[in-house]
Design a protein around this ligand. Structure first.
Ligand SMILES: [Zn+2]
Length: 92
């Protein structure tokens, strides 16, 4: 019975050591590289601004928007259809 208890404590100690080692490695990586390791999944963050499509009212990210200049002003659209309808007027 004492032997069983000792084995149990040993396994518990090993798990604790493994956990401590892993957290130390993670902290060392952050300290060295200033961020989690490159193997971590990337964060898909759009850093640009959002613009309102003047035709349908949808907000679109600047990188993804369809741009058109009208009367010296840049407009951002969600789709080529919205751009064409805005530039050519309604009924087209
Ligand atoms: Zn639109």
């Amino acid at each position: 019975m004492v032997l069983l208890l000792r084995v149990f404590l040993l396994v518990l100690l090993l798990f604790l050591l493994r956990y401590l080692f892993q957290s130390l490695v993670t902290r060392a990586k952050i300290a060295l590289f200033g961020r989690p390791a490159a193997s971590d999944p990337p964060h898909n963050v759009i850093t640009g601004r959002a613009h309102k499509d003047p035709l349908c009212g949808t907000y679109v990210a600047e990188e993804l928007a369809i741009k058109a200049t009208a009367a010296g002003q840049v407009h951002y659209f969600c789709s080529p259809e919205c751009r064409d309808r805005f530039l050519n007027g309604p009924g087209t």
